[in-house]
Design a protein around this ligand. Structure first.
Ligand SMILES: *Cc1c(COP(=O)(O)O)cnc(C)c1O
Length: 378
């Protein structure tokens, strides 16, 4: 089955009880038992819920995994999954990792004795050089946020295998429609399903997907212990959202190409970071591992004044955090996604005060262009 079909038919689609064309919202916390020796498959909703399970089965199929676990947010997925590591373990992490992941690693996991080294993961040699005897995992995000830096996932997974450690990839920007890290040899795929997977800016959710069953059992046991699973209402909404993933990604990508083309010739734009541009340093690597450049990119403007005007005066694209919705979202990494990263560290990474990130939605790109032009000129 092709991915477009799996989006519709990949998980359970018919309710076995009633034949309903969809799995209903099981808004239930507990289940009646009939035997003291054998409990039913469902006993308490922190562990299992049929609506969540339908969503998990769908995402597992899309990511080519054997098991997916759905969480209350992307950060719940990331933090819960990181609990598979133990005090004394060390991680090699891409240096422009999502701000929230940076925060849990540098302020919480570090306190629990799980340390991280942040490296420029576009350079496989830098990843390899940071590996120590106690290193247990390589944590990546490609294209990264907000500079869209590209990591060679096959190469990184190969390094991990050589050292007997695992590779974790946050695949939020690409979604399984465009990139499937498990197929490239990685071990754990993480998602903020809040973004493109749900796609309608109305749910917070996250996923961890694995191929190895034992690894899946470990994450599942921590999820159940911590109670970080996704609720039934949000599972239902996400199941509905994911059905249109293909058409949303395709159209958003087309709109992105048009806007990037316009920005390229704009006198106030000094740089564009988008893996769909041949001049992007990761262009070839990205093409070799993904089916498209996606619908998020960042660009730099000539001054803080222009940046402020664009952000504050845009009417169609919402000035907001987040990405991946049907509506375009323009954001300011320095004060939003990367506010948790200290200023000097941010500047060093290229997340300057004139850097803007755009997530392109489904509006007509000509309307967006006209609106941006007006916003910058006001
Ligand atoms: C938003 C985001 C997260 C965090 O997800 P939440 O659903 O907000 O908790 C993690 N990684 C990336 C790349 C994101 O964009």
């Amino acid at each position: 089955m092709k991915l477009a079909t799996q989006l519709i038919h990949g998980g359970p689609t018919i309710d076995p009880q009633t034949g309903a064309m969809g799995v209903p919202i099981y808004q239930i916390s507990t289940y009646q038992q009939t035997s003291v020796d054998h409990f039913r498959k469902y006993d308490y909703a922190r562990g299992d819920n049929p609506t969540r399970e339908a969503l998990e089965d769908t995402i597992a199929v899309l990511e080519r995994g054997t098991r997916c676990l759905a969480f209350a947010s992307g950060m719940a997925a990331i933090s819960t999954t990181l609990m598979i590591f133990s005090p004394g373990d060390h991680l090699v992490v891409c240096d422009d990792v999502y701000g929230g992941a940076y925060r849990v690693l540098s302020t919480i996991f570090s306190r629990m004795g799980i340390s991280s080294t942040f490296v420029d993961a576009t350079d496989l040699a830098a990843i390899e050089a940071a590996i120590r005897p106690e290193t247990k995992g390589i944590y990546l995000e490609t294209p990264s946020n907000p500079l869209l830096k590209v990591t060679d996932l096959r190469g990184a997974a190969q390094i991990a295998r050589t050292h007997g450690i695992i590779t974790l990839v946050d695949n939020t920007f690409m979604t399984p429609y465009l990139q499937r890290p498990l197929d490239l040899g990685c071990d754990i795929v993480l998602h903020s399903g809040t973004k493109f997977i749900n796609g309608h800016s109305d749910v917070l959710c996250g996923f961890a997907v694995v191929r190895d069953r034992e690894l899946g059992d470990r994450i599942r046991s921590i999820q159940n212990a911590f109670g970080t699973g996704l609720g039934p209402q949000d599972s239902f909404l996400t199941l509905r959202g994911v059905k249109t993933l293909k058409v949303r990604m395709e159209q958003s990508q087309l709109n992105t190409a048009r806007i990037v083309e316009w920005l390229k010739q704009h006198p106030r734009v000094t740089a564009i970071h988008y893996p769909g541009l041949v001049e992007h340093p990761g262009y070839e690597t990205h093409r070799s591992q993904a089916d498209g450049p996606g619908a998020v990119f960042s660009f730099e403007l000539d001054s803080f004044e222009t940046t402020k005007k664009l952000l504050e005066n845009s009417r169609l694209a919402a000035f907001a955090v987040s990405l991946g919705g049907v509506e375009s979202i323009i954001s300011y990494p320095a004060k939003m996604s990367h506010a948790a990263v200290p200023k000097e560290e941010r500047q060093r990474k290229g997340i300057t005060d004139t850097l803007v990130r755009l997530s392109v939605g489904l509006e007509d790109p000509e309307d967006l262009i006209a609106d941006f032009e007006r916003a910058m000129g006001e």
